[in-house]
Design a protein around this ligand. Structure first.
Ligand code: GLP
Length: 240
């Protein structure tokens, strides 16, 4: 279940290869996608592979894990913007193929319900990519989030806002809330790949390795998943 490779680039090569092979085997795949610094080299490697050896992508559908509440798709720190920049535009994916929760929606309960229904209508997720927060969150399911949740709005913890401050001009700009896919939708994915790189993830990876399934460590729920790979670099594995 835990695969350790030497560097973040080796992680990117392996994970992008797995995603590439998945799309090759199933052109109409439904991919669950993540954002964050960990994903940047993975998406760059996937784009490079698809440029070298193109695959038909017209039937692909994607659903992202989460979006900040209050940021429009055009905001440079929104996850819409991140995905457009790192994956959707380079691959030429059409707006109708890609989905993220609308952080600027007027009614978040309705938006969450609609997002869940769209995932279900697509047949659920074939492959979900996940990063991990330094407090063990997946998507934005913060510690203590019930495991039986579908897409919902959540208040971000002080630690998560601090971790993500590096992407914003100052602390006041970091959103306080987000819409995230729930643990139910993540666990229903037919395959899950959790990725972590760098020293700053070593502590949470060691906790995840040692932990039982516990709502205080959201990623620990993945230990009950039938088809999980945790792919990490040596720095993230330093405390194992
Ligand atoms: C963010 C995202 C997560 C991501 C995590 C790690 O808050 N909501 O989906 O996995 O934090 O981010 P990074 O890869 O930048 O460490």
């Amino acid at each position: 279940m835990f695969l350790v490779v030497p560097t973040p680039q080796a992680v990117a090569d392996l994970v992008s290869t797995l995603v590439y092979q998945h799309i090759k085997a199933k052109p109409a795949a439904v991919l669950g996608l993540a954002t964050g610094g960990t994903m940047e080299p993975i998406y760059a490697a996937l784009v490079a592979k698809l440029q070298q050896q193109p695959l038909p992508l017209e039937k692909l559908t994607t659903f992202n894990l989460d979006e900040y509440v209050g940021l429009s798709a055009a905001h440079p720190q929104s996850y819409h913007y991140f995905m457009q920049q790192h994956l959707f535009a380079p691959l030429g994916l059409a707006p109708s193929q890609v989905h993220l929760p609308d952080g600027n929606c007027r009614n978040s309960a309705e938006e969450c319900q609609a997002y869940s229904e769209q995932i279900a209508a697509a047949g659920g997720l074939d492959l979900q990519l996940l990063g991990i927060g330094s407090n063990g969150h997946i998507g934005f399911n913060e510690p203590g989030t019930p495991f039986d949740c579908n897409t919902h709005e959540i208040e971000l913890t002080a630690q998560t806002r601090q971790d993500n401050l590096r992407f914003f001009a100052d602390a006041a700009e970091v959103p306080t809330h987000a819409i995230t896919m729930g643990i139910c939708e993540i666990m229903a994915a037919r395959e899950v790949i959790l990725v972590a790189t760098g020293q700053r993830k070593a502590d949470i990876i060691a906790q995840l390795y040692a932990s039982g399934v516990d709502e205080q460590l959201p990623a620990s729920v993945l230990k009950q998943h039938r088809n999980l790979k945790v792919i990490i670099d040596e720095d993230a594995a330093a405390l194992l």
